[in-house]
Each structure stands twice: as C-alpha cells, then as structure tokens.
Design a protein around this ligand. Structure first.
Ligand code: ACO
Length: 435
C-alpha cells in the first residue's frame, strides 16, 4: 500500500498545519491515516457508527456499495455462488486462495474429524428454558466452548489459531442443530461424517433415530448457497465485535460468541426473521402493501421495511439477486398455490412498489440479503427463530478469518475508541441531607 501522498489539514484557530498520509487500497476508497492527529494537533475524530472510518486493513472481502459489488479474496460472489461450495469458500476466506485437490481433501477431512461436541456440552442445553430463543443458546454454548479449549489456545500461535478455526467451522452445525432439537424436545442427532456440510446440518435438524432421512438435494443446494452468500461481509457490526473482543487477546470461542450476540439484533442478522414476520402481518392484513409502505415512510412510526436498506449498498445487494433466483427455483418445486408462494408474491409486490417510490429511490433503499432468504428457509421447513442461527453458522468463517487476520497484523492493537465527552464538568460531592 503506497502512502507517499498526503492531505493537508489546517487548524484555523492556531494556524498549525498537519500533513496526513493518504493510504491507497488495491481497489476502493482512499483512506486518510489520522493516527498522528491527536499527537500533533490534540484532536480526536468524531464518527458515530463508523460512517467514514476504516477500523483496520483487511485483504479478505471487498465491496463496492455504489455498484453493488461483493468479492471474497478477489472472486466475485456471483462466480462463487455458481461454481463453488461453502466449504471451499471457507478455505478461501481463511487461507486466502482456492485450495488444490490435496489441500481441499485434507481440509474437509479435518473438518469432518471435529464435528462432535464434548459430551459434557450436552448438559448445557438442558439448562436453558424450553422456549429459549436458539440464538440465546448459541451465544451460551459457543461461549462455553472457550472453557473446553482455553488451555490449548495461544492466540499468537498460527497452528493453534488454525485448530480453533477448524473446530468452530466443524462444530457450529452440531451446536446450531441441537439448539433446535432441544427446544422441540427431539433427540439430539449426532453428525454423520459421510455427509457433506449442508446435508449434515439438515440431517441433524430433521432426522429421527427411528427412520431413514435423506435431505432433498435442492434444499442442500439452497442451504449451501445461502451459507456462501452469508460467509463474510467485511467490517459489519458482528465482525467488528469479534475483532474488538479478540483485540484484547481474548479466547476465540468467546470472541465468536460476542459476534453471535451482535448478529442477533434486527438491524443486522435478525432482519431475516423480521422480514417473514412483516410479510405474514401484511398477508394477514389482506395484502395492504401500500399501508406498510406508508408506515415505513412515516417518521413518527418506528416501523421500517425489513430487508430493505443497507449501510454500504446504495444499489441492489448482489446477494439479494442470487437469493431471489433460488427462491423461484425452490417454489417451483413445491405444490402450486402453497403458502410460501403467497409470501414470495407479497415480497415481490412490496419490492416493485418501493422501488418506484421517491422515498426509497432518493435514499437508495433496495432489498438486502435478508429480504428473500427467509422465504427459502421457511419453504425448507426451517422454523423462523432458526433463521439467524443459520446466518451465524455461515458467518462463523468470516468472523474467524478476520480474527486470524487481525492476530497477524503488526499494526493491530487493542481496540479502544475515544469519545466526545458531553457530561457534567467537575462537581463536588454533597452529603445526602444537602442535596
Ligand atoms: N425502511 C424505511 N426507511 C429506511 C429503511 C427501511 N428499511 N432503511 C433506512 N431507511 C431510511 C432512514 O429512516 C433514513 O431516513 P432519513 O434520511 O429520512 O432519516 C435513511 O433511510 C438512511 O437510513 P439509516 O438508518 O441512516 O441508514 P443506516 O446505514 O444507519 O442503516 C440499516 C442501515 C440498519 C440496514 C437500515 O437500512 C435498516 O434498519 N433496514 C431494515 C433492517 C434490515 O433489513 N437490516 C438488515 C441489514 S443487512 C444485514 O445485516 C445482513
């Protein structure tokens, strides 16, 4: 990265000048290095929500929100979605390149060998209420993994980091499926290592010890696709949470558990669940789409069109296009006139009304990845409260790849933002009877 160019900052109150280096990325937006600002001029920068702040350097994922571009390690998401598999994408994200045959065989074998959970972890599940949200269970159980592997983790040892990453990729489907089985009083199904990654998850979700179960091939394909599309998205809220947590050299399982907590919110990964809830509400209101569009535009109403809008994409989210096509394919396989088709039709109607509406056009609000993914999951009989769990399962590779990258970055330091203090100035303590 070149940094010979600078930008000059002039403090009008003192006349002091400061040359700040401009960092040029391989592709994308140039970035001003403000690290000298406080030392030289005595100022912090103010940027709530990180609207214009690059928190780190990263070589993992590139996105251009204006043009609707998303690439993992340089590869367009459209190509990976068409030609790759989720496990190959995991390898790509973590190691930086697509694997050759031998590397991929070894990788898949290692993942297969780590799918089981320590038997003691089973008892963690029974401590939760039956009606616990599975994301709450995920936060707890993934956090608990830290207590099983803490002594083996040295975050500065690349081999041990790799082992933690492989363990997380391998165990996450088991942890996720068991959170569903527990809530429904169903027996825990152990992983079947002859199955591929997506089939194994569906097996642990839906198989019964008493019967044969083979997941429908289109469902396996759809799940694998959804996982590829959700695998990484650079410095979003949950990934930044994992980085910030990991920056104190915390246990990686604990850091990923923090990421799961961040993902849960409806403004982030929880949106896929909220989209279906919204579509069901609209269906129950005789499909009064305009009423919901008007509510979304009304600033006195907290309602937002869920699955619409994105901090980075000011154009169509490329993942939403791919997911919408898969949604079509899945629905074609089901009985005509099924309930999911009705939800899909409602979703398409909202999209077409919103994209013609000045409010949405002027704010560049387009469907995001969550808009259509829920309909696919619902058609696959995945319950609503498992949607964000599947997102977490898919994003684990992104989180752990960023954590690994951060641990190798010589510029990385403990994350410690500054603040613009707006509280009281100095006050002296008054005794209770004097207040
Ligand atoms: N419905 C109605 N209005 C919206 C929506 C929406 N879904 N999204 C944004 N807006 C409006 C805002 O009210 C704001 O209007 P204003 O300029 O008049 O104040 C403007 O568009 C800009 O929105 P911000 O909230 O400032 O944008 P921000 O980048 O902070 O938020 C976010 C992005 C959180 C995704 C937002 O668009 C949203 O809440 N969407 C709905 C939830 C959702 O789908 N989340 C999933 C995101 S994708 C993911 O995490 C995988």
């Amino acid at each position: 990265m070149k940094n010979t160019e600078t930008i000059t900052l002039i403090d009008n109150s003192t006349g002091k000048k400061l040359e700040l280096p401009i960092l040029r990325p391989t592709v994308g937006t140039p970035t001003i290095d403000v690290r000298g600002l406080y030392k030289e001029l005595g100022y912090f920068t103010y940027d709530p929500g990180f609207l214009a702040t690059a928190s780190c350097q990263s070589a993992i994922t590139y996105l251009d929100g204006e043009k609707g571009v998303l690439r993992y390690r340089g590869y367009p998401i459209e190509e990976l979605a068409e030609k790759s598999t989720f496990l190959e994408v995991c390898y790509l994200l973590y190691y930086g390149n697509l694997p050759n045959e031998k590397q991929f065989d070894d990788f898949q074998e290692d993942i297969r060998q780590h799918t089981l959970l320590h038997e003691a972890l089973r008892s963690f599940y029974t401590g939760f209420r039956r009606d616990a949200h599975p994301m709450g269970i995920m936060v707890g159980v993934v956090g608990a993994l830290s207590s099983f592997f803490h002594d083996h983790e040295n975050v500065h040892d690349a081999k041990l980091r790799q082992r933690a990453a492989h363990r997380l990729i391998a165990k996450m489907p088991t942890i996720a499926a068991w959170s569903y089985r527990y809530a429904h009083g169903l027996p825990f199904m152990y992983p079947q290592n002859h199955l591929d990654y997506a089939s194994n998850f569906l097996y642990m979700m839906f198989a019964m010890p008493t019967e044969e179960y083979t997941p429908p091939p289109l469902f396996v394909k759809a799940l694998d696709l959804i996982m590829i599309l959700h695998a990484d998205h650079e410095q979003n809220a949950s990934t930044s949470t994992v980085r910030l947590t990991g920056s104190s050299e915390a246990n990686p399982f604990a850091a990923v558990s923090a990421g799961i907590a961040s993902l849960w919110g409806p403004a982030h990964g929880g949106a896929n669940e909220a989209v279906i809830q919204m579509l069901l509400d609209i269906s129950n209101s005789d499909n009064d789409v305009q009423h919901y569009i008007d509510r979304a535009k009304d600033k006195t109403d907290r309602f937002r069109l869920m699955g619409f809008g994105h901090r980075i994409y000011k154009n169509y989210d490329p993942r939403a296009v791919i997911i919408r096509n898969m949604c079509h394919k899945i629905l074609q396989q089901l009985e005509p006139g099924n309930d999911y088709q009705e939800l899909f039709d409602t979703a398409m109607k909202i999209e077409s009304v919103a994209l013609k509406d000045d409010y949405f056009k002027s704010r560049n609000l387009y469907p995001n990845v969550d808009y259509y993914s829920g309909i696919i999951l619902l058609a696959m009989k995945i319950p609503l409260n498992m949607f964000t769990v599947i997102f977490a399962l898919s994003r684990t590779i992104g989180w752990i790849s960023h954590w690994n990258e951060m641990m190798q970055d010589p510029e990385s330091r403990i994350g410690r933002p500054r603040q613009l203090y707006s509280g009281e100035e100095l006050r002296n303590y008054a005794k209770l009877d004097k207040r």
